[in-house]
Design a protein around this ligand. Structure first.
Ligand code: URA
Length: 201
């Protein structure tokens, strides 16, 4: 068993906050254990809680579509959430719940060591850029130490506000360009022949 699988097994019995009482299943996350790209959503909804898998409802269908639009399948990336258990009625996770769950996500990131973290929505954005508004920073990559943070609107936002669909689709195309640039440039600070620098903020 890999250490990431073992971590997910431990999460399944977490009693770290009040969400443990009402959940059906913990939703640890899934995908490639050595993924270069980690997508971080907010919290499981009804379908995720039933199945124990992230992004399997309507927002997940849109996320799959977005991934496919840049030639990726979900098994090639890793998908996790800030909070691993469903908040009742799909309410926003509370600060205490996010704090209680943080060590799980921290350990996942340590184990996966992604090169790019795509934050989906404001709760995962807040982990990296707590003072920024999603409306201002979406689609703009920012290097944070070893990892490139790429903020995006949450896919569910397009389901509630149709005008955001195009914005999210465009941001996904920007992400594809960023990934291509990273391939030609290499890790930050190491230019390869013929590579162009990443266009950060
Ligand atoms: N929304 C999220 O943020 N995460 C999920 O897993 C599903 C919907």
């Amino acid at each position: 068993m890999s250490i990431l699988t073992e971590l997910c097994r431990q999460m399944a019995s977490c009693q770290g906050c009040g969400l443990a009482q009402q959940r059906t299943r913990v939703v640890p996350g899934e995908g490639a254990e050595d993924a270069a790209i980690l997508f971080i959503g907010e919290a499981p909804g009804f379908n995720e809680d039933q199945q124990g898998r992230p992004f399997v409802g309507a927002a997940g269908a849109f996320l799959d579509e977005l991934l496919l639009s840049i030639g990726l399948h979900r098994h090639e990336v890793y998908i996790a959430n800030v909070v691993k258990c469903r908040p009742p009625g799909n309410r926003d996770p509370l600060p205490g719940e996010i704090a209680a769950c943080r060590p799980w996500l921290d350990r996942q990131i340590e184990m996966i060591q992604p090169k790019v973290i795509v934050t989906l929505g404001r709760h995962s954005l807040a982990r990296y850029l707590p003072d920024e508004a999603i409306g201002k920073v979406h689609g703009k990559p920012r290097q944070m130490g070893d990892v490139l943070c790429f903020p995006m609107y949450h896919p569910a936002a397009a389901l509630h506000q149709a005008s955001l669909r195009g914005v999210i689709e465009q941001d996904m195309q920007r992400l594809a360009h960023v990934l291509k640039d990273m391939e030609s440039v290499g890790p930050p600070g190491q230019e390869s022949a013929g590579g162009s620098q990443l266009a950060l903020f």
